[in-house]
Design a protein around this ligand. Structure first.
Ligand code: BGC
Length: 735
């Protein structure tokens, strides 16, 4: 049996509440240790030390999973940290995602009794003998000098507390049934950004600007009298007047408080994180930017996509999308990292998954999360709004099932398959995929008392945050929710049927139901190839999901709509697919118009307002400088960053082929535009590096395409096809 399964869950005799708990064990070791490993996990998040040394670079471990059925343990090699003789093993446990203070999210399901630890130190000696040190009542516990900790509210460190009293640990019969080996990628400190400048606001607040919105925490040094409280408030924006703005964090206090013991200190938190560009420092005088360092924390992912072009604003936008992903890929793909939310919203992840897999290698990260999603899926196939699931009771009785959101069950595995070419991805998540499709079908049958009646729902989040009216602050969609439900159901059926073909499974009734879904869509929402409802998103879905029987008419309608508005009106859903739909309509120039637009609302408008990440809403800040309602106004939401996939696939033109996934076949089909005289994109695919670079010449364009060693490729430029060799190919086109 695995050592950790022999160990006991232990906790402190008294509940330490918001104070972190430290667990201790003195370990006496003989000479000749050949190998030693600590396997550990916690209810909460832990930091483990041997003889005062942190045993790993991982932070916020064991991360966030659907704890009811999936709590990962991790094994660390600690051979080099053990000495012959006495050693002190200390594991601190904070609340982490297991517990927190925000009632409004209905997170009662996460409320457990108190922080707990389970671990096993396994030692093998040179002579072949072994020893196991298990968590049990031989351990002691003490209150940590981290006297407050919370994911949303932050941390308080009281440096005056030293040598807190130890009391024996208590064994507790928490289940071990949910313990699973580590999967996914570790969370680590990734980058350090020094404080850029000190700002003294009109209100006299002392603020350090890091110049970049990040997710993580701040390390800082100070030398202040004993008992002084230095408080750092983390926030994203200065308001119109240039003062500290924290309202949009809602209930999250997002502070780090350090109480000095009178000696100079350098500290950082260990059980929390923040989404911020600025901190306000209270309690310390003469602060200097160089005393503060923002530490960027996210899951370990290899960067794979790089985009640059002649337009600086577009480059900044592309960089902001990268920062949005870094900031929201912290073990779970979250909506945002700063306010009292930071949840694994399924719709956001669905819309962003293609772009995510371009920017970074996210295979392991996403598959871990898909396992959480599957763990949260109900027996009837229902898929939650957020995973790990947190009882979001405010939105319907149980926080499950929304078109496009729940469709992440199909969309994400498919995007990963296309990006990485591994059938195993589809096989591993097949149950999740199929059960969601079967759920929608069952709902249609329920609606029709046994016969199929579409759409499966007329509810859900719709085209979240669409902007039909310029001044609207409503989150709810202008596009019919039934239309969205039917469109995504057709898409899901198609993905499932393609998957069946790949895995060799039967389609059963799916083709018939797909036919009916398409017929329903046409009858109900279309007339003569045009959408009855005149929204961009309605037409976009009909085009992208191939639901229209008259693509020309639908495309013409979309183009008319975009021209008439002169701008995007789309929300989370429509914005993901709008430029692709315009490409299908043969309107790359119009797509580029939208992409290059800088006036409100547009992708580049936030960039002109100094954004360093992608905003949640088009009108996060209105042109007159006013913030949108603080109830929902994050400045780091990746959903609208999903357009970056169009910039790679169409503007730069690196297009994968579903039939030869993992970029085994590539079509380089860029859409050059005079307004962007050069474009360069590099993609580190599983087949090798693919590159598209082109520039305007005196009489046309010159293209250089790099075909990866393991890929085959062709180029299509202005409608003409060119065969390509492996390696670098240069093509000059006169126009
Ligand atoms: C989140 C979103 C999410 C939405 C549901 C918001 O509170 O921040 O990004 O998708 O709710 O519609």
């Amino acid at each position: 049996m695995l050592d950790i399964l022999k160990a006991s869950w232990i906790k402190a005799a008294a509940n330490n509440g918001d104070t972190a708990t430290d667990f201790f064990r003195t370990v006496t070791v003989k000479e000749g240790v050949k190998h030693a490993a600590l396997t550990v996990t916690a209810h909460g998040v832990f930091e483990a030390f041997l003889n005062g040394k942190r045993i790993s670079r991982d932070v916020l471990m064991p991360g966030w999973t659907s704890y009811y059925t999936r709590l990962r343990y991790i094994t660390y090699d600690v051979t080099d940290l053990l000495n012959a003789g006495e050693n002190e093993l200390k594991v601190g446990v904070g609340k982490g995602w297991f517990f927190h203070n925000v009632e409004s999210w209905g997170c009662d399901s996460l409320k457990h009794d108190q922080a707990a630890l389970i671990c096993a130190l396994s030692i093998t000696y040179d002579d072949g003998s072994t020893e196991e040190i298990l968590s049990n009542k031989e351990w002691t516990t003490a209150k940590s000098n981290i006297v407050f900790n919370d994911i949303y509210d932050g941390e308080t460190l009281d440096l005056r507390i030293k040598d807190a009293a130890h009391t024996p640990a208590v064994e507790i019969y928490y289940s071990r049934a949910m313990l699973i080996p580590y999967e996914g990628v570790p969370i680590r400190e990734q980058e350090r950004i020094a404080g850029q400048k000190l700002i003294i606001t009109p209100k006299g607040e002392y603020v350090i600007d890091f110049g970049q919105e990040v997710t993580g925490y701040v390390e800082f040094s100070a030398d202040v009298p004993a008992g002084t409280e230095v408080i750092l408030k983390h926030f994203e924006m200065l308001d119109k007047e240039g003062n500290v703005y924290t309202e949009n964090l809602r209930g999250a206090k997002a502070t780090y408080t350090v109480i000095s013991d009178g000696k100079p200190f350098t500290v950082k938190p260990g059980y929390t994180f923040y989404g911020f560009r600025y901190i306000q420092a209270l309690g310390a005088e003469n602060i200097r930017p160089e005393d503060f360092t923002a530490i960027v924390v996210h899951s370990e992912m290899k960067r794979t996509g790089y985009f640059s072009c002649a337009n600086e604003l577009l480059n900044k936008f592309a960089e902001n999308v990268i920062w949005g992903q870094k900031g929201n890929f912290l073990d779970v793909p979250t909506d945002c990292p700063q306010r009292d939310e930071r949840l694994g919203w399924t719709g956001d992840a669905a819309m962003f998954s293609r772009t995510a897999a371009i920017n970074f290698d996210v295979k392991a990260f996403c598959e871990k999360w898909l396992n959480d999603l599957e763990a949260d899926q109900l027996a009837d196939g229902s898929v939650p709004h957020v995973s790990p699931y947190t009882n979001i009771y405010w939105n319907g009785p149980d926080g499950y099932n929304s078109p496009a959101w729940s469709d992440v069950a199909l969309i994400m595995p498919w995007e990963l398959y296309v990006a990485y070419g591994d059938k195993g991805i589809l096989a591993r998540h097949y149950n999740l995929m199929k059960k969601w499709v079967d759920f929608m079908i069952a709902e249609c049958r329920r609606n029709g008392g046994g016969t199929l009646q579409l759409p499966w729902t007329t509810g859900g989040f719709g085209d979240w945050l669409s902007l039909e009216e310029l001044n609207s602050e409503s989150a709810y969609s202008g596009t019919d929710c039934g239309l969205i439900a039917a469109a995504f159901m057709a898409n899901a059926l198609r993905i499932l049927m393609k998957t069946n073909r790949i895995l060799g499974y039967e389609d059963g009734e799916y083709p018939e139901i797909l036919k009916k879904t398409i017929a329903f869509f046409r009858n109900e929402y279309m007339e003569n190839g045009r959408m009855k409802q005149e929204t961009q998103t309605a037409a976009v879905l009909a085009i992208i999901f191939k639901l229209t029987d008259n693509p020309q008419a639908t495309c013409a309608q979309l183009v008319e709509n975009v021209r008439a508005h002169g701008r995007i009106t789309t929300g989370f859903i429509g914005s993901t697919y709008l430029l692709d739909a315009l490409t299908i309509a043969g309107e790359d120039t119009l797509a580029t118009d939208l992409l290059l637009r800088t006036e409100y609302p547009s992708w580049l408008y936030p960039v002109t307002k100094g954004a360093t990440t992608v905003w949640e809403r088009w009108n996060g800040i209105f042109p007159d400088g006013r913030f949108a309602d603080a109830g929902m106004n994050s400045f780091n939401h990746y959903a609208y960053g999903s357009v970056l996939s169009w910039m790679f696939r169409r503007l730069a033109g690196i297009c994968p082929d579903e039939a030869a996934p993992g970029y085994k076949k590539i079509t380089f089909a860029p859409a050059p535009d005079e307004r962007i005289p050069w474009v360069k994109a590099t993609l580190d695919t599983v087949c090798g590096e693919a590159k598209s670079a082109y520039q305007k010449t005196a009489d046309g364009w010159e293209f250089t395409f790099t075909v990866p060693a393991d890929s085959e490729a062709t180029a299509v430029i202005f409608g003409k096809e060119y065969p390509l060799e492996k390696g670098e190919n240069t093509i000059s086109v006169t126009v």
